[in-house]
Write a protein that binds this ligand. Structure first.
Ligand code: KIV
Length: 248
């Protein structure tokens, strides 16, 4: 299949599969496994850098990991998260930071929330495709708490209105994280661009997960994740056997 780009993604004839990678080896494995989109998420902060949440992640850290991932991806669309603080100040700074991520190898950027539509529009005007992200947005964990969003009628209406606003601003796809299935389904039906869910049920246009949750590298994944492997266990066993053989 030709490289899925941000312009033909909405014409994909299948549900979209998106997974995170932060380094060359995982990027290569995901690309060879036929995922549609490799996301260099700012979950990098929790997963690879050991931070408590995504808030401390810097542009410099994102650039290093986007470069590593881009070296491993030949086919999939590579999307990079704009980290907290990289797009809120003003649209000009947001465009400059999006350009840094594209120069590092990203095909597109992802922005959390719908509070900075002028930044979204300016980045798109600069020729960089933007993916939106609504529902539970980890960069706002201190404000939202770690919980399902859009359970009440008002908050559900706000998420739907924000999704429409992001589409109108030109986003090529929207991630919906931790919202009720009915709201995710309604949003997917109302948008022309794909809605990619995480903990949002099956009635959407694709799914995204943090790869280490999926493969059991991180051992306490969120409850909506079906753990498909026990990589942490495999590593512990291999290291244990090695230590025994060394004769330590
Ligand atoms: O940073 C990330 O990995 C994400 C996904 C959870 C969608 O934003």
């Amino acid at each position: 299949m030709a490289k899925l780009n941000a312009l033909n993604i909405k014409q994909a004839d299948h549900k979209l599969a998106m997974l995170t990678a932060y380094d060359f080896q995982f990027a290569r494995l995901l690309d060879e496994s036929d995922v549609d989109i490799v996301l260099v998420g700012d979950s990098l902060g929790n997963v690879a850098l050991g931070y408590k949440n995504t808030i401390p992640v810097t542009m410099e850290e994102m650039e290093v990991h986007v470069r590593a991932v881009a070296r491993g991806v030949k086919r999939a669309l590579t999307v990079a998260d704009m980290p907290f603080g990289s797009f809120q100040a003003d649209p000009i700074t947001a465009v400059a930071n999006a350009i840094r991520l594209v120069k590092a190898g990203a095909d597109a950027v992802k922005i959390e929330g719908a509070a900075h539509l002028s930044a979204v529009r300016k980045i798109i005007e600069a020729g960089i495709p933007v993916m939106g992200h609504l529902g539970f947005t980890p960069q706002s964990v201190k404000q939202l708490g770690y919980k399902v969003q859009g359970k009440e009628r008002r908050s559900a209406a706000k998420i739907l209105a924000d999704a429409r606003a992001l589409e109108k601003a030109g986003c090529f796809a929207v991630v919906l994280e931790m919202v009720p299935e009915g709201l995710a389904a309604k949003t997917a039906r109302s948008l022309k661009v794909p809605v990619i869910g995480i903990g949002a049920g099956k009635k959407v246009d694709g799914q995204v997960l943090v790869t280490s949750d999926l493969i059991g590298l991180y051992e306490n994944p969120p409850s909506f994740v079906k753990k498909r492997a026990d990589v942490a266990g495999a590593v512990r066993r291999a290291v244990g056997e090695f230590i025994k053989e060394v004769g330590k």
